[in-house]
Each structure stands twice: as C-alpha cells, then as structure tokens.
Write a protein that binds this ligand. Structure first.
Ligand SMILES: C[S@@+](CC[C@H](N)C(=O)[O-])C[C@H]1O[C@@H](n2cnc3c(N)ncnc32)[C@H](O)[C@@H]1O
Length: 256
C-alpha cells in the first residue's frame, strides 16, 4: 500500500516539476523527444493471439520470485502477466528508441512472459534481441513464444542478471539499447546500472523502468543522477529514466 501512495505522490511531483521540451537545446535530444513515440506500429497477429491467450489462461504457476519482494509465489497466469508486463504504449516507444539509436543489439534485463522482447524481435528483424529471465517457468513461456513465432533473432536466457552480464562481457558483446526492468530494488538496481558500461556501445541508451515503483527505486534514480559519471544525459520521464551515452552531447540532467 505504501508503494501505491508513493506512486500517487510521484505523479503529482513529476507533473509539477517537469520542464517544457523547449529546454531541450541539443538537436539530438529534441529529435529523440519528437520521433520516438511510434503510434503507427501494427502488432503482428500472432503476437496479438499470444496476448489474448495469456489473458485467458487461468491455470496456476508457482515459483520463487527474484524481484523486489523475494517470496514464493503461486498465482494464475492471466493475473501475473497483467501485473508484470510492460504496457503496450511503452513497448511501442521502445521500438522507436531502438530505431533512433540504430540498435544492432538490444538487451532486456527482466523478460517476464516475453511480450516486449517478442514485439521488438518481430518489428526489428535485423536486430538481435537478448532477454534475461531468472524464473525458469517464465523463461519457458518466452522459449515457447519464440518457437511459435519463429523469432530467429530472439535469444532468451534463464540466468540471473549478474551472470548474464558477465557472460556478455566475456563474449565482448555491446548493446545500443538496454532495458532494465527487473529487480525494482535500491541496491540491486544500482549494482546492475554500474555493471552496464562494459557492455554498452559508444552511442547507446539505457531505459531504467519503474523509477516510481517505490520510494527506494526513486532513491536509486536520484543516486544515479548524483553520482554516476558514465552517462552523458540522465533524463527523467514519467515513471522511467533514460540514461544516454553520447560523447557529442554535453553532460546534463533533464526532467521533461
Ligand atoms: C517486470 S518483469 C519484466 C516484464 C517484461 N520486461 C515485459 O515487458 O513484459 C521483471 C522480471 O524480471 C525478473 N527478474 C528480476 N530480477 C532478476 C534477476 N536478478 N535476474 C534475472 N531475472 C530477474 C523477474 O523474474 C520478472 O519476471
């Protein structure tokens, strides 16, 4: 309940303190602001069917959660998918960001039922999409979806984030876009963000989702703004943060 109150407080303070886009002096950032909301994207019919099927599946799944609240969870598929999946509008926005950054490789930390990674893989067939999901039963959903839709550019791994990042460091893989949508926890979020420079391309973007999830998630965002020197732009949007690496842009913190 405390988190619900925090989200209401967050929305209010966000709308009262955000600045007008006119404050975006860099053409790169202004174009990013204008061009990345994709409204024209048509979701492939097979993906729509998958979503419809998930919303009707009322069998139980059981697993040990590894996100913000570590506990044993027994829940219905339709209920859990509704609770954890990224909203459609944001998934379309991520496609727009991927296009803007000419992403050749995208990493999603926190795969869930695979809705975002499958949508990225089907809309960007020339991009390699990597998604990491630590809960085996959820990762199995992603594997089935990938096979059903024949998404040859989608690579899913049933790993912990740390292990996955170490693996990509060893393979010298670099990503233009990384979506952090996992732990929702102060320490682990900061730890994950600090591990990312080793696997980011020279010009790249990180989306840190759900910075309004709880007071501690927002503290993690504030800590990144204050003390992280790696990213050139730290941009707060309503409920998520954008961390941009672009050596051609001066260092700045935005709330627009
Ligand atoms: C909010 S959900 C992801 C939703 C997904 N991005 C989507 O768009 O549908 C977060 C997922 O991250 C996974 N997760 C959290 N912490 C993790 C960790 N340290 N390692 C691996 N997976 C983790 C959880 O099991 C959960 O399924």
């Amino acid at each position: 309940m405390r988190n619900v109150f925090f989200r209401i407080y967050y929305s209010l303070q966000y709308y009262l303190t955000k600045k007008n886009p006119i404050n975006l002096h860099s053409p790169f950032l202004y174009q990013l602001y204008l061009k990345t909301y994709r409204t024209d994207y048509k979701i492939p019919q097979q993906l729509v069917s998958y979503q419809n099927k998930l919303s009707k599946r009322n069998e139980y799944i059981e697993f040990q959660s590894i996100g913000a609240n570590k506990k044993f969870i027994k829940t219905r598929v339709n209920k859990w998918q509704k609770r954890i999946s990224t909203k459609l509008q944001k998934r379309k926005y991520i496609i727009g960001l991927a296009e803007y950054f000419h992403a050749k490789k995208i990493l999603e930390l926190g795969g869930g039922f695979g809705k975002t990674s499958a949508m990225l893989a089907s809309s960007l067939p020339l991009t390699e999409i990597y998604t990491i999901e630590g809960v085996t039963v959820l990762n199995n959903y992603i594997t089935n979806l990938k096979n059903e839709l024949n998404l040859v550019n989608l690579y899913n791994f049933n790993l912990d984030f740390n292990t996955a990042i170490d693996k990509f460091i060893n393979e010298n893989k670099k990503f233009e876009l990384i979506i952090v949508d996992g732990s929702h926890h102060y320490e682990t979020t900061l730890k994950t963000i600090n591990q990312l420079p080793a696997i980011l391309s020279e010009q790249s973007i990180v989306i840190l989702d759900d910075i309004n999830y709880s007071r501690s998630m927002y503290q993690a965002w504030k800590e990144i703004i204050k003390n992280n020197d790696f990213f050139d732009v730290k941009w707060e949007r309503n409920g998520y943060g954008l961390l941009i690496k672009n050596p051609d842009i001066s260092k700045q913190v935005l709330k627009i």
